[in-house]
Design a protein around this ligand. Structure first.
Ligand SMILES: CC(C)(COP(=O)(O)OP(=O)(O)OC[C@H]1O[C@@H](n2cnc3c(N)ncnc32)[C@H](O)[C@@H]1OP(=O)(O)O)[C@@H](O)C(=O)NCCC(=O)NCCS
Length: 191
């Protein structure tokens, strides 16, 4: 399966979705996604940067994401939903802090538009992107962590085969407060 475009950047296709790093033309859609989901995402997200909803912030962030992929440090993709009118941005999957050597591991984060929750779309996005990380990037371990009250996040990780490894106190600063997290991982036995 060819998962890279002519610029050497990932474009991962599944039945209903395309996962890729947005280009200049997509930035208005990126900003609109975060704007309409501001309240929904607040309780599970770090406090955003002050200029988070500006084009200049996203020009620089998306450029960093392209550099990060080429440098082997991250795979940060937006989820584009195939509609009759074209591609609509409905979420994000981020594989960050990729370490190679004897670790071959990374951290996973994800979010979907409130309107598109519960339709199996995030599961589809994660299945495709995990396949890319395991089969093409040859990673061995993906770590994903969630707050104990985040039942949806627990459910999707469980349904993808992630197993619980423990609980970390005050693990991440979410919405301005240090929050405990359940630690999980999925391993690739073929590497
Ligand atoms: C977490 C989130 C991505 C889940 O998205 P979603 O649209 O519900 O995911 P899907 O529809 O693809 O569901 C996938 C699986 O989760 C399970 N699931 C969904 N809601 C659940 C719930 N409330 N409790 C338990 N399992 C649940 C489904 O049963 C499904 O598994 P299955 O196919 O084996 O039946 C979404 O709620 C979200 O973006 N939340 C805000 C951001 C966030 O919390 N990110 C994660 C931070 S750790």
């Amino acid at each position: 399966m060819n998962s890279l475009n002519q610029d050497g950047l990932p474009e991962l296709e599944s039945l209903r979705l395309l996962l890729k790093i947005p280009m200049e033309d997509d930035i208005d859609q990126v900003i609109a996604f975060f704007d309409r989901n501001k309240d929904f995402l607040k309780s599970t997200s770090p406090t955003p940067a002050i200029d988070f909803n500006t084009r200049s912030y996203w020009e620089s962030t998306l450029s960093d994401n392209r550099i990060g992929f080429r440098g082997g440090r991250s795979v940060k993709l937006f989820i584009f939903y195939k509609t009759k009118q074209g591609l609509a941005i409905i979420g994000e999957v981020n594989f960050s802090q990729i370490f190679r050597g004897v670790f071959l591991a990374c951290k996973l984060g994800y979010k979907i538009d409130r309107e598109y929750q519960g339709k199996g779309l995030m599961k589809e996005a994660l299945q495709r992107s995990i396949q890319f990380c395991f089969e093409e990037l040859k990673l061995h371990r993906i770590e994903a962590n969630y707050m104990p009250n985040n039942d949806r996040s627990a459910g999707i990780l469980h349904s993808l085969g992630f197993t619980i490894e423990g609980k970390a106190k005050n693990y991440l600063k979410i919405n301005g407060k240090w929050e405990d997290h359940i630690l999980t991982s999925l391993c690739n036995d073929l590497v």
